[in-house]
Design a protein around this ligand. Structure first.
Ligand SMILES: [Zn+2]
Ligand SMILES: [Zn+2]
Length: 94
């Protein structure tokens, strides 16, 4: 399974946006930004097939893209597992 996961470069179909609360710095004053857990980024996971972020959790590690393509996938789907923050993506500093 790890080898399959490695074939898809993170973040896959996920959408990554700079955190609007902290401007991407990951800091809120002297503390860690609550909204992005200090990463500076928000990652919106998307349907592995069509890329729609309007999916539903069905429980038991299953998900469904109900509004768009109707695809169903499990937690261990490689295209789903790849949807994470890419290595080396650091909080914004400037
Ligand atoms: Zn933030
Ligand atoms: Zn879909």
């Amino acid at each position: 399974m790890d080898m399959m996961t490695d074939q898809i470069t993170p973040p896959g179909r996920a959408i990554i946006n700079r955190c609007g609360s902290c401007g991407g710095t990951g800091r809120a004053g002297t503390s860690t930004c609550f909204d992005c857990a200090g990463t500076g980024w928000h990652l919106w996971k998307a349907c592995p097939r069509c890329g729609d972020i309007g999916w539903d959790g069905l429980g038991d590690g299953e998900y469904a893209c109900r509004l768009s393509c109707g695809y169903r996938w499990a937690e261990d789907n490689p295209a789903w597992q790849a949807q994470r923050r890419p290595d080396g993506l650091q909080p914004y500093s400037a």
